[in-house]
Write a protein that binds this ligand. Structure first.
Ligand SMILES: [Zn+2]
Length: 204
Protein backbone atom coordinates (compact mmCIF):
# COMPACT_ATOMS: atom_id res chain seq x y z
CA UNK A 1 0.00 0.00 0.00
CA UNK A 2 1.29 3.47 -0.75
CA UNK A 3 2.39 5.59 2.21
CA UNK A 4 -0.45 8.12 2.01
CA UNK A 5 -3.01 5.31 2.12
CA UNK A 6 -1.23 3.63 5.00
CA UNK A 7 -1.19 6.87 6.99
CA UNK A 8 -4.86 7.34 6.21
CA UNK A 9 -5.60 3.93 7.69
CA UNK A 10 -3.63 4.84 10.83
CA UNK A 11 -5.38 8.19 11.30
CA UNK A 12 -8.76 6.57 10.76
CA UNK A 13 -8.28 4.80 14.07
CA UNK A 14 -8.20 8.12 15.96
CA UNK A 15 -11.43 8.76 17.90
CA UNK A 16 -14.00 10.57 15.76
CA UNK A 17 -11.91 10.62 12.57
CA UNK A 18 -13.43 9.42 9.31
CA UNK A 19 -11.87 8.36 6.03
CA UNK A 20 -11.78 11.79 4.36
CA UNK A 21 -10.42 13.61 7.41
CA UNK A 22 -7.78 10.90 7.78
CA UNK A 23 -6.67 11.48 4.19
CA UNK A 24 -6.48 15.24 4.82
CA UNK A 25 -4.13 14.59 7.75
CA UNK A 26 -1.94 12.39 5.53
CA UNK A 27 -1.73 15.10 2.84
CA UNK A 28 -1.04 17.71 5.50
CA UNK A 29 1.92 15.72 6.83
CA UNK A 30 3.27 15.16 3.32
CA UNK A 31 3.61 18.91 2.84
CA UNK A 32 4.15 20.11 6.43
CA UNK A 33 7.20 21.99 7.66
CA UNK A 34 10.13 19.68 8.42
CA UNK A 35 10.56 20.99 12.00
CA UNK A 36 6.91 20.29 12.66
CA UNK A 37 7.08 16.67 11.53
CA UNK A 38 10.32 16.15 13.50
CA UNK A 39 8.65 17.53 16.67
CA UNK A 40 5.64 15.32 16.09
CA UNK A 41 7.75 12.17 15.74
CA UNK A 42 9.79 13.11 18.85
CA UNK A 43 6.72 13.81 20.98
CA UNK A 44 5.03 10.57 20.00
CA UNK A 45 8.21 8.65 20.86
CA UNK A 46 8.47 10.52 24.18
CA UNK A 47 4.81 9.84 24.93
CA UNK A 48 5.16 6.11 24.35
CA UNK A 49 8.31 5.96 26.48
CA UNK A 50 7.28 8.09 29.45
CA UNK A 51 3.53 8.10 29.88
CA UNK A 52 2.30 5.21 32.05
CA UNK A 53 -0.88 4.14 33.78
CA UNK A 54 -1.20 4.60 37.53
CA UNK A 55 -1.46 1.23 39.29
CA UNK A 56 -4.16 2.55 41.64
CA UNK A 57 -6.48 4.75 39.56
CA UNK A 58 -5.35 3.77 36.03
CA UNK A 59 -4.94 7.40 34.92
CA UNK A 60 -2.18 8.14 32.42
CA UNK A 61 0.71 10.17 33.77
CA UNK A 62 4.24 11.14 32.94
CA UNK A 63 5.12 11.35 36.63
CA UNK A 64 4.50 7.88 38.03
CA UNK A 65 6.31 7.40 41.37
CA UNK A 66 6.11 4.01 43.17
CA UNK A 67 3.58 2.97 40.54
CA UNK A 68 1.23 5.84 41.32
CA UNK A 69 0.24 9.11 39.66
CA UNK A 70 0.69 12.54 41.35
CA UNK A 71 -2.97 12.64 42.46
CA UNK A 72 -2.83 9.21 44.16
CA UNK A 73 0.52 10.16 45.73
CA UNK A 74 -0.75 13.56 46.92
CA UNK A 75 -1.08 13.40 50.71
CA UNK A 76 -3.38 16.43 50.81
CA UNK A 77 -6.02 14.65 48.67
CA UNK A 78 -9.03 13.31 50.55
CA UNK A 79 -8.66 9.50 50.33
CA UNK A 80 -12.15 8.92 51.77
CA UNK A 81 -13.79 9.80 48.43
CA UNK A 82 -13.37 7.97 45.13
CA UNK A 83 -14.75 9.55 41.96
CA UNK A 84 -15.29 7.01 39.18
CA UNK A 85 -14.95 8.45 35.67
CA UNK A 86 -15.06 7.05 32.16
CA UNK A 87 -11.77 8.33 30.79
CA UNK A 88 -8.65 10.41 31.43
CA UNK A 89 -10.16 13.51 29.77
CA UNK A 90 -13.08 13.42 32.26
CA UNK A 91 -10.67 13.19 35.18
CA UNK A 92 -8.77 16.19 33.77
CA UNK A 93 -12.05 18.08 33.57
CA UNK A 94 -12.73 17.54 37.28
CA UNK A 95 -9.16 18.43 38.25
CA UNK A 96 -9.35 21.69 36.25
CA UNK A 97 -12.76 22.52 37.72
CA UNK A 98 -11.29 22.48 41.29
CA UNK A 99 -14.64 21.28 42.61
CA UNK A 100 -13.41 18.01 44.07
CA UNK A 101 -10.63 17.17 46.53
CA UNK A 102 -10.77 13.35 46.62
CA UNK A 103 -9.15 10.72 44.40
CA UNK A 104 -10.23 9.12 41.11
CA UNK A 105 -10.68 5.85 39.29
CA UNK A 106 -10.61 5.68 35.47
CA UNK A 107 -12.88 2.96 34.08
CA UNK A 108 -11.31 3.11 30.63
CA UNK A 109 -14.53 3.49 28.65
CA UNK A 110 -18.26 3.03 28.83
CA UNK A 111 -20.21 -0.17 28.37
CA UNK A 112 -21.94 0.25 24.99
CA UNK A 113 -25.71 0.17 25.54
CA UNK A 114 -26.25 -2.04 22.51
CA UNK A 115 -23.67 -4.71 23.25
CA UNK A 116 -24.42 -7.88 25.17
CA UNK A 117 -21.26 -8.48 27.16
CA UNK A 118 -20.30 -4.89 27.71
CA UNK A 119 -18.43 -5.49 30.94
CA UNK A 120 -15.26 -6.59 29.15
CA UNK A 121 -14.73 -3.02 27.95
CA UNK A 122 -14.24 -1.47 31.36
CA UNK A 123 -12.16 -2.01 34.53
CA UNK A 124 -14.89 -3.44 36.75
CA UNK A 125 -12.69 -6.02 38.46
CA UNK A 126 -9.91 -3.51 39.03
CA UNK A 127 -12.43 -1.16 40.64
CA UNK A 128 -13.68 -3.97 42.91
CA UNK A 129 -10.14 -4.76 43.95
CA UNK A 130 -9.37 -1.13 44.81
CA UNK A 131 -12.60 -0.77 46.78
CA UNK A 132 -11.93 -4.00 48.72
CA UNK A 133 -8.35 -2.96 49.43
CA UNK A 134 -9.29 0.47 50.76
CA UNK A 135 -12.73 -0.10 52.26
CA UNK A 136 -11.31 -1.24 55.60
CA UNK A 137 -9.08 1.76 56.05
CA UNK A 138 -9.80 4.97 54.22
CA UNK A 139 -12.60 4.79 51.68
CA UNK A 140 -15.97 6.17 52.81
CA UNK A 141 -17.82 7.09 49.60
CA UNK A 142 -17.80 6.13 45.92
CA UNK A 143 -19.16 8.71 43.47
CA UNK A 144 -20.11 7.61 39.96
CA UNK A 145 -19.45 10.55 37.63
CA UNK A 146 -20.48 9.18 34.27
CA UNK A 147 -21.94 11.01 31.30
CA UNK A 148 -25.74 11.36 31.17
CA UNK A 149 -26.03 9.24 28.01
CA UNK A 150 -27.48 5.72 27.42
CA UNK A 151 -23.98 4.19 27.55
CA UNK A 152 -23.24 6.17 30.73
CA UNK A 153 -26.42 4.88 32.37
CA UNK A 154 -25.71 1.29 31.37
CA UNK A 155 -22.21 1.61 32.79
CA UNK A 156 -23.61 3.07 36.01
CA UNK A 157 -25.84 0.01 36.38
CA UNK A 158 -22.95 -2.39 35.68
CA UNK A 159 -20.63 -0.69 38.18
CA UNK A 160 -23.36 -0.69 40.83
CA UNK A 161 -23.98 -4.40 40.25
CA UNK A 162 -20.28 -5.18 40.44
CA UNK A 163 -19.94 -3.28 43.73
CA UNK A 164 -22.94 -5.12 45.16
CA UNK A 165 -21.30 -8.43 44.20
CA UNK A 166 -18.15 -7.49 46.03
CA UNK A 167 -20.35 -6.91 49.09
CA UNK A 168 -19.02 -3.52 49.94
CA UNK A 169 -20.93 -1.46 52.45
CA UNK A 170 -19.49 1.82 51.21
CA UNK A 171 -22.24 4.16 50.00
CA UNK A 172 -22.35 4.82 46.26
CA UNK A 173 -23.56 8.22 45.01
CA UNK A 174 -24.42 9.46 41.56
CA UNK A 175 -24.12 13.01 40.23
CA UNK A 176 -27.14 15.18 40.85
CA UNK A 177 -28.93 17.91 38.96
CA UNK A 178 -26.98 20.09 36.57
CA UNK A 179 -26.06 17.24 34.29
CA UNK A 180 -28.94 17.24 31.83
CA UNK A 181 -29.64 14.29 29.56
CA UNK A 182 -27.01 13.81 26.90
CA UNK A 183 -24.34 15.75 28.79
CA UNK A 184 -20.79 14.48 28.51
CA UNK A 185 -18.42 15.12 31.42
CA UNK A 186 -15.56 16.05 29.09
CA UNK A 187 -17.48 19.06 27.74
CA UNK A 188 -19.05 20.25 31.01
CA UNK A 189 -17.93 23.51 32.64
CA UNK A 190 -16.68 23.87 36.21
CA UNK A 191 -19.97 25.29 37.53
CA UNK A 192 -21.99 22.40 36.10
CA UNK A 193 -19.59 19.80 37.54
CA UNK A 194 -19.47 21.54 40.92
CA UNK A 195 -23.25 21.72 41.07
CA UNK A 196 -23.64 18.07 40.01
CA UNK A 197 -21.16 17.03 42.72
CA UNK A 198 -22.83 19.07 45.47
CA UNK A 199 -26.26 17.70 44.65
CA UNK A 200 -25.14 14.07 44.36
CA UNK A 201 -27.59 11.53 45.64
CA UNK A 202 -27.29 8.08 47.13
CA UNK A 203 -27.65 5.42 44.45
CA UNK A 204 -30.38 3.00 45.60
ZN1 LIG B 1 -3.52 7.45 40.32
Amino acid sequence: METLKQLQQLFKRFPGIGERQAMRFAYFLATADENYTRDLIEQITHLRKNVRRCARCFALSENIVDGKCPVCNDKTRDKSMLLVVEKDADRDRFIQSRTYSGTYFVLGGLAPAIEKDASTHIRLLELSRLVSAESESTLKEIILALSATPDGERTEALVTLQLQKSETTIPVSILGKGLSTGTEIEYSDADTLGNALRTRTKNE
